[in-house]
Ligand binder design. Structure first.
Ligand SMILES: [Zn+2]
Length: 430
């Protein structure tokens, strides 16, 4: 008994010394950092400790680190933020994206893409949010935030057409109750020729303390005017998702007669309307995105609208969406900005999406691969690209959560027993 106590004390002391000797948990060495918020676009090192970024500078001593990531030849960016996802996965028959089988569990598809934060886009409403929180948000390693659907039931197919279940007051009450998680209000899929759902979503956002509304502008017959939407119904800061969609039942931003972005779209941008990709199954068409790109009109935020349909079709994942914008002329810096600090700003969480000292250590290490890549959209139009982004490694809150090729040394951190330093010195192992 005495012997085992003594042995335990020796082990604890040794591990205590290991802990005390290292200044940093992780050092990312020699990568090309792109951190748009801090205007950094250079080869530098990053040190991480206690889940936070503690240093960004040239030549950080790797001897002070428990683990070292060799990022030479790779890009190091803030953990990516995807503000249009569907993660309320469940087993209810015919519930679609609300507790149904069309949604996907976040951790399975985020980290392998450098994504550390997702914002579920209205899969749940005020009535169903607690279930979503308990069965997905609370148990995911990915940071899961949410736009709350203006429909109390959430995205449960035909329920989305019921204006009687669009209660701005109840939606705002629940949004305020969970204000650390709910970052906005969502309207989606409404097909009536009627402004009521839009106005209720905006009203809920205002009642909840000024959080943005994200609008998926349904498919009204005849289509409702997006000029009226941008200039009369939305507030500055509200988000127009599916901005490069080209469906018959929705007005689109590029005029097909002139192949130019409609002039009022620029006015809307000046007014503060945010243009989000929300790629999805059929909500992105090159016939909209390429003419817009030629004019230099790029999205404020790049997002996937990931669900079981889109991820197995043209969309695939966050890095494929980002690679498509690279391929049509958006700069790498701007692509990263539209996937980090810009979406953070849109959801009013500017503490995210950057590599500032003191920020939570959410980091993506990306490889810009060279080769021959076919990046097609749902219409079958294909852009041949010579570059494509791939995720090498992802860090979430200071922990390595994905490492494609084992670029960290040692690959797994040594197991340590955390002890109270004073009690270890006293030999108190109880
Ligand atoms: Zn969606």
């Amino acid at each position: 008994m005495r012997k085992s106590c003594l042995l335990l004390f020796v082990l604890v002391s040794l591990s205590g010394q290991v802990l005390l000797a290292q200044t940093y948990d992780i050092v990312i060495k020699g990568g090309h950092i792109i951190d748009p918020k801090n205007d950094i676009d250079a080869i530098m090192d990053i040190a991480i400790s206690g889940g936070k970024i503690v240093s960004v500078s040239k030549n950080i001593d790797t001897k002070q680190a428990i683990q070292v990531v060799d990022a030479k030849g790779l890009y190091v960016t803030p953990g990516l933020i995807d503000i249009h996802t569907h993660n309320f996965v469940g087993t209810q028959p015919d519930h679609q994206y609300e507790d149904g089988n069309l949604a996907i569990a976040p951790d399975g598809f985020t980290f392998r893409n450098g994504v550390t934060t997702v914002v579920d886009a209205g899969s749940s409403g005020w009535r169903t949010f607690p279930t979503f929180k308990a069965q997905t948000i609370d148990i995911s390693q990915t940071r899961v935030l949410a736009f709350l659907n203006i429909v109390g039931e959430g995205m449960r197919g035909t329920y989305e057409q019921n204006p009687n279940d669009m209660d701005a007051r109840m939606t705002a009450i629940v949004a305020k109750k969970y204000k650390d998680i709910i970052v906005g209000i969502k309207l989606a899929h409404y097909t009536g020729h009627d402004w009521t759902p839009t106005d209720r979503a905006v009203e809920a956002g205002t009642l909840a303390g000024g959080i943005p509304a994200m609008i998926d502008f349904g498919g009204s017959t005849p289509p409702l005017s997006i000029e009226e939407l941008f200039m009369k119904h939305l507030r500055p800061g509200d988000i127009f998702t599916h901005c490069f969609g080209q469906l018959g039942s929705r007005e689109y931003i590029v005029d097909l007669q002139t192949n130019k972005v409609k002039p009022f779209v620029y006015e809307a941008r000046k007014r503060g309307i945010m243009f989000d990709v929300g790629y999805g199954g059929i909500s992105f068409a090159y016939s909209q995105a390429i003419p817009a790109a030629k004019e230099g009109f790029f999205p404020n935020s790049i997002s996937t609208d990931i669900h079981v349909g889109s991820m197995n079709d043209a969309m695939k994942d966050m890095l494929t969406c980002m690679s498509k914008f690279l391929a049509i002329g958006m700069s790498l810096h701007d692509v990263i900005q539209a996937s980090t600090s810009n979406p953070a700003k849109e959801i009013k969480h500017e503490e995210l999406g950057n590599l500032s000292v003191g920020a939570v250590a959410d980091v993506a290490v990306l490889n810009l691969r060279e080769g021959k890549f076919g990046l097609f959209d749902y219409t079958g139009y294909k852009v041949e690209a010579s570059k494509k982004l791939e995720c090498e490694l992802t860090i979430r809150a200071g922990k390595i959560v994905y490492d494609l090729n084992g670029i960290v040394t040692p690959i797994y951190p040594p197991k340590v027993v955390v002890v109270n330093k004073q009690s270890a010195l006293n030999g108190d192992t109880h």
